[in-house]
Design a binder for this molecule. Structure first.
Ligand code: FES
Ligand SMILES: [Fe+2]
Length: 373
């Protein structure tokens, strides 16, 4: 059901301190904390004795003592102290230990076999700390399957209808979807020249670019998907024919961490190149995203999940339109990767570099970025 040999966001860096924290990821309860030297630790949260949650325990140095009968576990997951008579530590007295990485403001956890953990499988989100850009972050608890959220992000034509008053734009609906696949990475790119800006973007047009919001703009939306649910939208507006670099440029990151088949922790970012020191612009983006995600997307996706129940989307024979293509490709890729994992086979590498290089080369160009392979 889940891809296990993959990195998931377990928390934002700033959320994790020395205190014990719990996150349920892929149906497994995980204990998270930082050691005295600041390194993050992730181990199973289920005490192997009588199954008390270890996050209700206490720190003893870099170890954790179960608060029920006092067994102590270290970062390797092994019991390091049995306080009971005899003090015998059997090999079964252990919990799982998970590889973690801390990068780009996130704690990433590898949920598969520890010896298969591979940094090369971590998609590139270096834009979160790119010079000249400012990142804001949030998290939303969504009562829906993570693939439904990926479907939403890979088909941005929903903006015109669901995001009324915020991101609604006919220019997106009528634009051509260009999909691209490289390795296990999929892109869904839309280039919307000379159209009316969506309400949120028309405010940026006026407040940041100093352009009459009634004037048309060129709008680009390049969405990159990586398994199991990491998406990066390269999006912005510029005056028609002007280089994208001269416009208002934003990256939005989306990290989908399944809690269960019908619940997802949705970690998001907004990375902008404008008003980086301006608290009003910061508040504007924070408010716009909170509204678009929490007030518009979330209730619809949760309602969709409630209608679907525990059935699989594929089994319901959904009617398809061209805008579904990228979402369908992502679902197929994920299914192929899960099958390969179940058979113990390898998986294709990430293909993120291809578009990244192209975007870097074309930052000064007004031309759309179209498929590169
Ligand atoms: S349940 Fe943890 S020591 Fe007994
Ligand atoms: Fe949306």
């Amino acid at each position: 059901m889940y891809l296990k040999n993959a990195w998931y966001v377990a928390a934002w860096t700033h959320e994790l301190g020395e205190e014990l924290a719990e996150r349920t990821i892929l149906g497994t309860s995980i204990l998270l904390y930082r050691k005295g030297n600041g390194e993050a630790v992730a181990i199973g949260n289920l005490c192997p004795h009588r199954f008390a949650p270890l996050h209700m325990g206490r720190r003893i140095g870099d170890t954790v003592q179960c608060n029920y009968h006092g067994m102590v576990f270290g970062e390797s997951g092994h019991c390091v102290l049995n306080p009971h008579r005899g003090g015998v530590i059997s090999p079964a007295m252990k919990v799982a230990a998970y590889p973690v990485l801390e990068r780009n403001g996130a704690i990433w956890i590898w949920m598969g076999e520890a010896n298969a953990a591979d940094e090369a499988m971590l998609p590139d989100f270096d834009c979160y700390s790119a010079p000249g850009f400012k990142t804001i972050r949030g998290m939303m608890d969504v009562a829906a399957n993570y693939e439904l959220i990926a479907d939403n992000l890979l088909d941005l034509t929903h903006a015109e209808f669901l995001h009324d008053g915020a991101l609604s734009s006919e220019a997106i609906t009528i634009s051509k979807l260009e999909t691209l696949e490289a390795g296990s990475t999929i892109w869904a790119n839309r280039w919307c020249p000379n159209g009316d800006a969506a309400p949120v973007w028309s405010q940026i047009q006026e407040r940041v670019m100093g352009v009459d919001p009634a004037k048309p703009i060129d709008h680009w939306l390049y969405m990159r998907w990586d398994a199991p649910g990491h998406l990066l939208l390269d999006v912005g507006i510029t005056e028609p024919g002007n280089p994208r670099e001269e416009g208002a440029w934003v990256f939005t990151g989306h990290h989908l961490t399944p809690v269960s088949p019908t619940r997802t922790l949705y970690y998001w970012t907004v990375v902008r190149n404008h008003g980086v020191d301006d608290p009003e612009i910061e508040a504007f983006w924070q408010g716009s995203i909170d509204y678009a995600f929490a007030v518009q997307d979330k209730p619809m996706i949760e309602a969709q999940q409630a209608m679907i129940g525990d059935r699989q989307v594929e089994d319901l024979n959904p009617v398809a339109i061209p805008a579904d293509l990228a979402g369908a490709k992502a679902r197929r890729m994920l299914s192929r990767l899960r099958t390969a994992e179940a058979k113990g086979e390898g998986r294709p590498p990430l293909g993120g570099a291809a578009l990244h290089d192209l975007l870097a080369k074309t930052a000064k160009s007004a031309n759309p970025v179209l498929p590169v392979v």
